[in-house]
Ligand binder design. Sequence first.
Ligand SMILES: NC(=O)c1ccc[n+]([C@@H]2O[C@H](COP(=O)([O-])OP(=O)(O)OC[C@H]3O[C@@H](n4cnc5c(N)ncnc54)[C@H](OP(=O)(O)O)[C@@H]3O)[C@@H](O)[C@H]2O)c1
Length: 261
Amino acid sequence: MKPETVLITGASSGIGRELARCFAADRSRLVLAARRTDALESLAAELRQASGIEAVILAADLARSEAAARVFSQIERDGLEVDVLVNNAGFGAQGLFAKLPLDRQLEMVQLNVTTLTHLTRLFLPGMIARQQGGILNVASTAAFQPGPHMAVYYASKAFVLSFSEALSEELSGTGVTVTALCPGPTATGFGEAARMRRQPLFRLLTMSASSVAKAGHRGFRRNRALVIPGVRNRLLTFSVRLAPRWLPRRIVGAMNKPIET
Ligand SMILES: NC(=O)c1ccc[n+]([C@@H]2O[C@H](COP(=O)([O-])OP(=O)(O)OC[C@H]3O[C@@H](n4cnc5c(N)ncnc54)[C@H](OP(=O)(O)O)[C@@H]3O)[C@@H](O)[C@H]2O)c1
């Protein structure tokens, strides 16, 4: 039997790299996509050696509008069929919406929302036709409430969560599953990329990329529509549902306010 092929975006660091390790342990064939080819190459070499799997790298700036179509045709040209799509690449930016550079925020929407949607639309029909496979979308606990001082990022993750849950329902009975992974604060390159100066409370909630990836991978294999790693994150997202609508946005606004340095 041929191994399952898994395409992972944003596999060069953080949660994506750890998800690659989880799928390698299943002996899947991996296609690792991101911009930093040196990091992808060393991960691919490590996984080939440690797990004896096939791992190829795909250099792509997924914040470009043509990127999803290019990734899809490259994979078709290589004669691969993607069984599992992991939409993990994403970034945030901390600051006031009116002051953050517009191009950076539009790039965020392109990567976190548009490319994720585009890749899903391109790879899903093949999965449905083969009556197997799945999509693992990395959202965030940010998806559960508005996020003042990171407004576009929180809104982008609300899209990912809503979109993934809706698809999971639409695809019921097709043999194809969709999982939304919603991590809370995780120790990765994310904070640096977002130029975040985080309040101390974030440090208390922080989980390792490896435990987040393991929870996401396990939930995906169990066909869960939603995975929130960590008891504290589950409690926080649950409490948002019970609170009056104005309260979470006020608390999150205070938590996301950059600390003075
Ligand atoms: N860390 C957290 O606290 C946290 C919490 C909840 C959700 N998340 C989500 O988890 C996902 C992974 O983030 P992370 O925490 O693992 O951060 P990370 O270590 O910064 O990893 C981000 C990954 O996305 C890739 N990426 C960024 N821009 C890209 C672009 N234009 N084209 C292609 N790839 C791009 C990066 O690769 P290159 O730089 O090599 O391109 C990298 O592999 C994101 O969707 C993030 O929103 C993170």
